[in-house]
Design a protein around this ligand. Structure first.
Ligand code: SF4
Length: 168
């Protein structure tokens, strides 16, 4: 798929999709929702959107102190929002990371030119099925993720976790 240089938010961002996939359909029942694991990373916009659905951040949110990023809490080894039939209970409001599927982030760097590399999920039974992948949308969501996360890391350093959460 190649490397894409986007000029958004007044600085350049590199999004690199490492392997081509033409079509994809989420077959979560066949793979046991393998992507819906504990610790899905959240941006502030993700947190606001989920909070607006009526969820309390205390219930679903945790801070990874080492990486300085917010994540979704786990529930019985899965993402907090995985339902009894393995469905996503916040579908259409899911985090940016979930919108990148069937790609996973394999590398992220916030140096002079922020960079994010994506690779297809290993052993995904939905690859090659369903609709054509909208590459532009994946790249746009990836660049939003990179930008929002870069800002979050800065804000946590200056305001602390409590200060960041108070602004939501
Ligand atoms: S938010 Fe939804 S799609 Fe994303 S990991 Fe959780 S259950 Fe899966």
């Amino acid at each position: 798929m190649g490397m894409l240089k986007l000029y958004e938010y007044h600085f350049s961002i590199m999004i690199h999709i490492l392997e081509n996939i033409d079509k994809w359909k989420c077959e979560y029942k066949k793979c046991g929702a393998q992507c819906c694991s504990e610790g899905i990373q959240l941006t502030i916009e993700d947190i606001k959107r989920i909070k607006d659905l009526g969820y309390s951040p205390d219930d679903f949110l945790e801070l990874d102190e080492t990486a300085n990023v917010f994540k979704i809490k786990g529930k019985e080894g899965k993402c907090f929002f995985t339902g009894k039939k393995l469905e996503c209970t916040i579908r259409d409001n899911e985090p940016l990371v979930c919108r990148l599927l069937p790609f996973r982030i394999v590398e992220v760097s916030y140096s002079d030119e922020p960079l994010l590399r994506l690779k297809p999920v290993v052993d995904c039974p939905g690859i090659g099925q369903g609709k054509k992948i909208d590459k532009k949308k994946i790249e746009s969501d990836a660049s939003k993720f990179l930008h929002e996360n870069q800002k979050l890391i800065r804000d946590i350093k200056t305001k602390g976790k409590k200060g960041v959460l108070a602004d939501i």
